[in-house]
Design a binder for this molecule. Structure first.
Ligand code: FAD
Length: 276
């Protein structure tokens, strides 16, 4: 048995090449026996079919495969139709999100926040789905204040979420503090740290800027200094993220959720170093 429960996140590929890569990744990562895998969903439904197809393909390997679902820009009717389709395929596990409106798409939709989506799912589908929600140890970039963000997180859990996955972070103390604060607000579901392997400096900085995750200055400086030396970036990234995971595992976190970006090598290397 693994010393810690793992889950892996993928995105639906858009091209045949992307599909081939994901299939190869799956073959390499599934022997690590993840508790589940999840597949992202483009806000506004842009990847609706791709998300379902990818989940169904993953599920063929008898792994629990959970589609993400975001509510922003969608009507209750369209969300109900998607959830009914998931249910008709026997899918019982989802990651419920607000999502972000793509620029140029004006309408917010009928459900404004993930907590409203969770309530909607519970009201319409009872306990059919196990529901994961997102958590932000360094706070959501649009939140009014840390306190407000924590309260909103607690609201989402009280609406019926079974468990949470965090945005990625490189500062373990932010996560530990967030979990303590959430417990004080009565949150008693597992809060699984999201782990982003480091393989590409400019991509990491771009993602982090968008999602509000802090890349520590010393890490950014070192990565930047490697320039185009991808091997050096990967080697240093592997050290940094493995150290983070080791600290989390030692603290007995409820699992590790890897943002694989559909690649196997970095996630596999971290798990190997952790003895998984
Ligand atoms: P919410 O929990 O609704 O929070 C959004 C903001 O609103 C926060 O600032 C919160 O404090 C505030 N808020 C919440 N409730 C209220 C309220 N009642 N009143 C006032 N303010 C409130 N995006 C995708 O498009 N597709 C994906 O597949 C996807 N997967 C993700 C998986 C994980 C594990 C994570 C961490 C993120 C994922 N995202 C995905 C990104 C996510 O959609 C964005 O971070 C989005 O901006 C917020 O979604 P949420 O579900 O956390 O929103």
């Amino acid at each position: 048995m693994n010393p810690i429960e793992l889950s892996f996140e993928f995105f639906p590929p858009k091209t045949q090449e992307g599909l081939d890569k994901l299939r190869a990744t799956r073959v390499q990562l599934l022997p690590l026996k993840p508790k589940f895998v999840s597949v992202t969903f483009g806000a506004g439904g842009s990847t609706q079919q791709g998300t379902l197809d990818t989940v169904l393909e993953m599920g063929k390997d008898s792994v629990d495969a959970a589609p993400h679902l975001s509510c922003i820009g969608s009507s209750k009717e369209s969300l109900r139709a998607i959830l009914n389709e998931y249910r008709s395929h026997g899918i019982r596990h989802i990651v419920a999100l607000r999502g972000d409106l793509p620029s140029g798409m004006g309408e917010v939709g009928e459900l404004r926040y993930a907590s409203e989506l969770v309530s909607f799912i519970r009201a319409e589908f009872g306990d059919w789905f196990r529901i994961e929600v997102a958590a932000y140890p360094e706070y959501h970039p649009q939140s009014r204040s840390p306190r407000h963000d924590l309260e909103n997180f607690a609201r989402k859990v009280k609406a019926g979420a079974n468990s949470a996955i965090t945005q990625y972070f490189f500062n373990a103390d932010a996560y530990f503090r967030f979990v303590d604060d959430a417990h004080k607000l009565g949150v008693d579901v597992p809060i699984v740290p999201g782990i982003m392997p480091i393989t590409n400096f400019s991509q990491l900085m771009r993602f982090s800027e968008m999602c509000g995750a802090e890349v520590p200055r010393w890490v950014a400086k070192r990565l930047e200094s490697f320039g185009d030396d991808r091997d050096a970036i990967r080697a240093f990234g592997l050290d940094v993220v493995t150290d983070l995971c080791r600290r989390l595992v030692d603290a007995k976190v409820p699992g590790l959720h890897f943002y694989t970006l559909n690649g196997a090598a970095a996630t596999k290397a971290i798990c190997e170093r952790l003895g998984i």
